[in-house]
Design a protein around this ligand. Sequence first.
Ligand code: ZN
Ligand code: ZN
Length: 98
Amino acid sequence: MNSIFIQEPGECFLCKQEGKRIRHTVLHTHHIFGGSNRKKSEKYGLTVRLCPECHILGKHSVHLNSKTMKSLKETGQEAFEAVYPDLDFRTVFGKNYL
Ligand SMILES: [Zn+2]
Ligand SMILES: [Zn+2]
């Protein structure tokens, strides 16, 4: 399904969180919960669009920085719990990030 996060065209989820208003021409789709949970991220819309810098290139990018990764997973779990109040996050994803 589509992401449960509403983003404007050209908007990077992490740049916006930092208050940067940049219109990117290239955005990647990042699965908040990867590996064996990647398909579930897709199923529940737990994906965000990120600029290449925030995704894989920058030193604070989600794939290079464990703090950024952790913070995005917390955001993902919070959003999941808000959107799917009848589901238990831990049962679905096997771990609690909060
Ligand atoms: Zn960005
Ligand atoms: Zn990614």
